[in-house]
Design a protein around this ligand. Structure first.
Ligand SMILES: [Zn+2]
Length: 408
């Protein structure tokens, strides 16, 4: 049975095909399941001039649980580009989504499919952004949400999720523990798991809309490189799949090279790439200020291998940066361009600077970087670059202070 333009699910490892239903891995081999569309039907429809991006998503907009996700700004960042030594830099402002991160795209799709399948309860494991998104979209759909987050999740993200009325539970240890628990308990109690790694085949489809929008916003020009912060990496794979589909349907001239950037303290995919390995090994003890991408893939390293293969197929690369470089890049984005993002979003800019200096990336390259989450979501570790002094209501005090500043 097909739904909208989807015809079924296909295992990326063994190639076996499966019907559209609530399912989280290949029953034959345990591999990741990928959504297959009726591309012939879409192609003939598009050839008639009826081009709709929704044809490449699990459900049309009218059948989705939505609070206005997507259509985020693509900002040309000239001042930051000059600082980095790059001619053309675009920033996709995913923090402008309704709950403040790109996760609204996959979660909207996941919750919508849950409603479509008649599911009553939603469960998610998240490092925080997916938690807030799942809480909001479940509230919007009138469904109960159980949200598992690692103990290190910033208070802002926990409170945001609680505010939407979700049952938020902190799980001891790294993110992988929350992931394992959501998988086990979700299956046992028939809860629809919208964890936006690769476990729910429908969620990643929502990430493709980033590619469709960028393609429109750049008037059909394909960037040479697209930088994506990666934990498990579904956003990177989703953007790549989106461009591949546009190319297959004759709408895009090429598919960009994908740069998947990690934090040094949690870099299983980058290390596998740099060491030329064919398989990713999990990291059981990740540690970084970039909480949104602190996913050691413990127990599901195959997800990382899938992302690694996608990066290699695109002709791109993967690398990591340390926490100091991340903090510095977070400051550049805010002070050069007025874009306040969480640490995870800054990894791309930090790495891009290094690759421009080393010559890995040329200054004439057209680059787009995805700014995944808002700075307000993780305020404890932000480098503000200054204090806010307190003065009495006296003009001399203010003037003294400003003159002192101008002398410095
Ligand atoms: Zn399989």
């Amino acid at each position: 049975m097909s739904i909208h333009m989807m015809t079924g699910l296909k295992c990326v490892r063994c190639g076996s095909e499966h019907p559209l239903c609530p399912i989280y891995s290949c029953p034959a081999c345990g591999g990741i399941l990928d959504v297959v569309y009726d591309y012939e039907r879409i192609e003939s429809k598009w050839r008639r001039g009826e081009v709709e991006e929704d044809d490449l998503l699990p459900l049309p907009a009218s059948e989705r649980v939505t609070i206005g996700e997507g259509n985020t700004p693509l900002v040309k960042a000239d001042r930051l580009a000059r600082r980095l030594g790059l001619e053309t830099l675009y920033l996709k402002c995913e923090f402008a989504n309704p709950t403040g991160s790109f996760k609204d795209r996959p979660v909207s799709m996941g919750v919508s499919m849950g409603v479509r399948f008649g599911q009553k309860r939603i469960i998610v494991a998240s490092s925080g952004n997916g938690a807030a998104a799942t809480s909001a979209y479940s509230a919007r759909a009138g469904l109960q949400a159980v949200v598992l987050v690692p103990e290190s999740t910033p208070a802002e993200k926990v409170k945001q999720s609680l505010a939407y009325g979700a049952k938020v539970i902190r799980v001891g240890g790294p993110y992988s523990n929350s992931f394992a628990l959501a998988k086990e308990v979700g299956e046992k109690y028939g809860m629809f798991n919208v964890t936006s790694t690769f476990i729910n085949p429908y969620t990643m489809e929502g990430d493709k809309s980033v590619a469709f929008e960028m393609h429109r916003q750049l008037n059909g020009r394909v960037p040479g490189l697209v930088y994506v912060p990666i934990g498990a990496g579904p956003l990177l794979v989703g953007i790549h799949k989106g461009y591949e589909e546009l190319k297959k349907l004759g709408r895009a001239s090429a598919v960009p090279r994908m740069a998947g950037i990690q934090a040094e303290g949690c870099s299983p995919i980058a290390r596998a790439f740099l060491e030329n390995r064919s398989e990713v090994e999990s990291d059981p003890n990740p540690s970084t200020i970039a909480g949104g991408i602190s996913d050691g893939l413990h127990g599901y390293a195959q997800d990382g291998t899938y992302v690694l293969e996608c990066i290699r197929r695109s002709g791109g690369y993967s690398d990591y940066v340390n926490d100091d470089a991340i903090r510095e890049a977070q400051g550049w984005l805010a002070r050069d361009e007025g874009l306040f993002v969480e640490p995870s979003s800054a990894v791309c800019i930090a790495e891009l600077k290094r690759s421009l200096e080393s010559g890995r990336v040329s200054a004439s390259e057209t680059v787009t970087a995805i700014l995944t989450g808002h700075g307000l979501k993780d305020m404890q570790r932000v480098e503000t670059g200054g204090e806010a002094p307190l003065i009495p209501k006296r003009a001399e005090s203010l003037v003294d202070l400003l003159e002192q500043d101008s002398r410095e």
